[in-house]
Design a protein around this ligand. Structure first.
Ligand code: 2RA
Length: 337
């Protein structure tokens, strides 16, 4: 058990679920502390039957803290997390800021737990759109190395935080009432629409969200040779990201073999019965910690290709669940050493 665990950002969209997961999964520590911006400091929250007062996050917040779990914007992670490491804490970070730094471990516990156990300072949790794709790629990659991936995402508004979901709800209401809505986070109306840009422009006309899928996947799988062509699209669904994924492997993997590989992999549930209209849907995967795969079929355009559909709760396995699983992994390892 850890002595003191500090949680940063416990009141945001992901932080709220993280807190609930730590309760539901009975994560124990001798002491918990909740750190937040000056704006939120002083407010209270309930956790494991106790009332906690949010403390202001400063660079001096970390004396005596053994483990930090942080769910903050990139700039906050950049500014404050090095102080936690300097104070001797292990840090699990949900932000995008540290993921690709060479000294930082990027971890999905089902895939590369050893990276978390070897980490000295920050352990980053991948971007949500990456996590569910890499969960699906891993069992295939172990059976026959993945050479090329073409992926399109259909990303929920909750990925843009609480304000993203409010934009969807308020924007839809305004649209149906024939009124104008001033969107807070999206550059175009998200109600009754699809926006083919998530993040800022990066190299070759790809976006930051798309390039995360490329670089993070290679880092987690430890294979810089995997070629990935992503297109990330925001759609008017409140929660759960969906992805169409086409994979080319070194040798062909049949749909039957893939179904078995996916079914045997921890954290993946196969829902795949087209005849009976059965496949994963955002509405049925919402609130689950699993990654769901369906529509498994051969790629009729390539002899070594396989295509499938993948849905996962982006706030859970795509963020909070993955961070809590890393914390559990560290706690279990600590108990054994
Ligand atoms: C999104 N992947 O869906 C981002 C959140 N990290 O906007």
């Amino acid at each position: 058990m850890f002595d003191t665990v500090a949680i940063i950002g416990a009141t945001g969209a992901v932080g709220h679920i993280m807190r609930k997961l730590l309760e539901d999964r009975n994560f124990q520590a001798k002491q918990f502390r909740f750190l937040a911006s000056a704006r939120s400091a002083g407010k209270t929250l309930e956790f494991q039957g106790k009332t906690y007062t949010l403390e202001e996050l400063t660079k001096d917040s970390f004396a005596g803290v053994e483990l930090v779990i942080a769910s903050t914007p990139d700039d906050v992670a950049a500014e404050f997390l090095p102080s936690a490491v300097e104070a001797g804490a292990i840090v699990i970070d949900e932000s995008g800021y540290w993921r690709m730094k060479p000294e930082v471990a990027l971890v999905i516990p089902e895939i590369n737990p050893e990276a978390a156990l070897e980490a000295k300072g920050i352990i980053a949790s991948p971007n949500c759109s990456t996590t569910q794709m890499v969960m699906a790629l891993k069992p295939l990659h172990d059976a026959s190395p993945v050479r090329r991936v073409i992926v399109s995402t259909y990303q929920a508004t909750s990925g843009a935080g609480i304000a993203g979901t409010s934009d969807l709800l308020e924007g839809s209401r305004a649209y149906l009432e024939g009124k104008k809505h001033d969107y807070q986070v999206f550059d175009h109306p998200i109600a009754f629409n699809a926006i083919p840009q998530i993040g800022s422009e990066k190299e070759d006309g790809y976006t930051s969200e798309e390039m995360k899928m490329v670089y993070e996947t290679r880092k987690i799988l430890g294979d810089e040779s995997i070629q990935i062509n992503p297109t990330c699209v925001r759609i008017p669904v409140a929660n759960c990201h969906s992805e169409t994924i086409t994979v080319e492997t070194e040798r062909p993997i049949s749909p039957e073999e893939a179904r078995q590989l996916f079914s045997d992999f921890p954290g993946i549930t196969v829902v795949d019965d087209l005849q009976n209209l059965s496949y994963p849907l955002p509405s049925t995967c919402d609130g689950s910690d699993e990654v769901y795969i369906g529509r498994i079929r051969r790629d009729i355009s390539s002899p070594n290709g396989l295509s499938f559909w993948c849905v996962s709760d982006n706030l859970r396995k795509g963020a909070a669940t993955n961070a809590v699983q890393i914390a559990e992994l560290l706690a279990k390892h600590k108990a054994c050493t």
